[in-house]
Design a protein around this ligand. Structure first.
Ligand code: HEC
Length: 173
């Protein structure tokens, strides 16, 4: 009784294995389709657009302005004014009279022989002399960010993040 049952189960299973290629295939598989007739690929879901170099540069610059605004508020605003407007004791950093090529500030001492032609000149000056009571106390990145911030406030066009190399190529006027 049990023998009969097993063979009754095994026979169809064996037939399935053969049909699936468990032993030699009876017929050759159909020839490959001609290369020109390649099946169309299924449509892929649209990938998010990759940011372009310009987009990356713009976002790095926006980040630098934001950092610069904070640095300025913490380290510079107490003398140069909340918006860089200056006052009788400290020259303006923002506005029509800000960053003249030759110092026009009546009490200027440190800047007497320093000309501001490029962003690099300003960076070198602030790094060496500012904050006036604590010179060279910030990192290069912080000085660059603060300079980028007030240059932007003065409508000096930057198209990418200000760094120690490109600063010399950015003319103030
Ligand atoms: C304690 C007050 C004080 C602080 C804080 C200070 N400054 Fe100054 N800054 C001055 C004074 C005073 C001068 C004028 C120096 C001179 O010409 O002798 C000056 C000059 C400058 C100039 C040259 C402006 C010009 O037209 O001649 C720049 C640029 C400048 N500061 C940037 C900064 C930055 C950036 C910071 C913050 C990191 C800063 N300062 C923090 C007092 C300060």
């Amino acid at each position: 009784m049990s023998k009969l049952r097993v063979s009754a189960l095994v026979a169809p299973l064996f037939a399935v294995l053969v049909a699936c290629g468990g032993s030699k295939p009876k017929a050759k598989p159909p020839a490959d389709p001609a290369p020109t007739a390649a099946p169309a690929e299924p449509a892929k879901p649209a990938e998010p657009p990759k940011p372009t170099d310009e987009m990356l540069a713009a976002s790095a610059l926006a980040e630098q302005y934001a950092t610069g605004k904070e640095v300025y508020a913490k380290a510079c605003a107490s003398c140069h004014g909340d918006n860089g407007e200056g006052n009788p004791k400290n020259p303006p950093l923002v506005g029509d009279k800000a960053l003249p090529e030759k110092a026009t500030f009546a009490k200027a001492k440190l800047r007497k022989k320093v000309a501001f032609k490029t962003a690099g000149d300003v960076f070198a000056f602030v790094k060496a002399k500012m904050p006036i009571d604590k010179p060279a106390s910030l990192s290069d990145d912080e000085y660059l960010a603060a300079v980028a911030w007030f240059l932007n406030e003065n409508k000096v066009a930057l198209d990418k993040k200000l760094d120690a190399e490109n600063a010399a190529t950015i003319k103030l006027r």
